[in-house]
Ligand binder design. Structure first.
Ligand SMILES: *Cc1c(COP(=O)(O)O)cnc(C)c1O
Length: 360
């Protein structure tokens, strides 16, 4: 069997080297005679896996020592609630930017807990832009400010970190974490579901500045209190051990690839190639303004949507799969996270040119 190039938005492709290593370690992790899935989360074997994963993530992202790193259940979607539950701290409102489908979900959840001030929305451009700093209508009394640096469905990405003064910045980095170096110290909270750019589904990475931990709203469930997890090393209950281990293997792989600056170079080159193929033809189009185009999720349409099904079918026949666009956008979407090899982009780009020649 040959592996396909899988352009799924998530769960997404994983590095082949990581899968092979997991396979090798499946029945006997490091002489323990056990699979990682079978280990006590409090035993010394799993503790060493957990600690190494956290240390490698801290090194990769240069996470300052006054931040806690947590490996939690519940995906990014639980963070939509955990953020207001933990960060409101007696305040009544929070600022949100609406740049698309995931921002909207975060806003809807926050409205259960507080007044949401939509500091900017790009709905009038059909979410093909991001607001500039000048366009943000910030509330200086907001408990926090939330945005989605990369909108996975629309394929729009911020090229700057919003400046909010003393108001903590919260970022849903589910589809862009680890794609390039970033300055963690600019954020109060960073969170990401793993299944896009980190590892398998089942674990979310949550990075929280320590002073924001420990004053949740009254009645907050223990599992939704950051302090519970910070005080217990993410082991208050049984953590998603296997996903945590797999994320750790991906961190090791990233370090071998030159860390996040190495990845940034590769990701820029990969996305440049794909956008050049789209822009260089009237047969394909991408609606996003150039400065806000995502490095990770590249939606594109065919000038003649009647050809969509044929495009997908022929692509699949040569091993290019999961290119169908999100149902809310239509057309195609290529998600090209860290683990998508450059060869996958090259194969896609040459297929696109060939398909156009035959059908254009
Ligand atoms: C996929 C995604 C989510 C939802 O993640 P879950 O882990 O399924 O809850 C949230 N935000 C963004 C930006 C995403 O891409």
């Amino acid at each position: 069997m040959t592996r396909v190039f899988n352009f799924s938005a998530g769960p997404a492709t994983l590095p082949q080297a990581v899968l092979e290593r997991a396979q090798k370690e499946m029945l006997d992790w490091n002489g323990s005679g056990m699979c990682v899935m079978e280990m006590s989360h409090r035993g010394k074997e799993f503790m060493s896996i957990a600690e190494k994963a956290e240390a490698d993530l801290r090194e990769l992202m240069a996470i300052p020592s006054n931040y806690k790193v947590m490996f939690l259940h519940g995906g990014a979607s639980s963070q939509f609630a955990m953020v207001p539950i933990n960060l409101l701290r007696g305040k009544k409102s929070a600022d949100y930017i609406n740049t698309g489908a995931w921002s909207k979900k975060a806003i809807a959840e926050a409205k259960r807990y507080c007044d949401v001030n939509v500091a900017a929305t790009t709905e009038d451009t059909k979410f093909s832009t991001v607001p500039t700093q000048d366009q943000l209508k910030l509330n200086s009394d907001a408990a926090y400010f939330h945005y989605t640096p990369n909108e996975t469905i629309g394929g729009v990405e911020f090229s700057y970190i919003p400046d909010t003064g003393d108001v903590p910045v919260v970022a849903d980095m589910s589809s862009t974490i680890l794609s390039r170096p970033m300055d963690v110290s600019k954020y109060g909270v960073i969170y990401a579901g793993a299944q896009k750019n980190v590892g398998p589904a089942g674990v979310a990475i949550v990075i929280v500045r320590e002073d924001l931990i420990g004053d949740p709203i009254a009645g907050a469930p223990a599992m939704f209190d950051y302090k519970t997890h910070a005080d217990n090393g993410s082991m208050y209950n049984t953590p998603p051990t296997y996903s945590w281990y797999m994320a750790g293997l991906v961190f090791e792989w990233l370090k071998e690839k030159g860390g996040l600056s190495g990845m940034a170079e590769i990701n820029k080159r990969k996305s440049d190639k794909l956008y050049a193929a789209i822009d260089g033809s009237d047969f394909y189009a991408n609606p996003v303004e150039i400065v806000s185009r995502s490095w990770m999720n590249v939606p594109f349409t065919l000038a003649n949507p009647d050809l969509d099904a044929k495009f997908l079918e022929e692509a699949k026949a040569i091993g290019l799969v999961t290119l169908k666009g999100h149902r809310s956008v239509g057309g195609m979407r290529a998600s090209i996270y860290n683990a998508m090899p450059e060869e996958g982009i090259d194969t896609l780009v040459s297929f696109m040119a060939d398909f156009e020649k035959r059908n254009g």
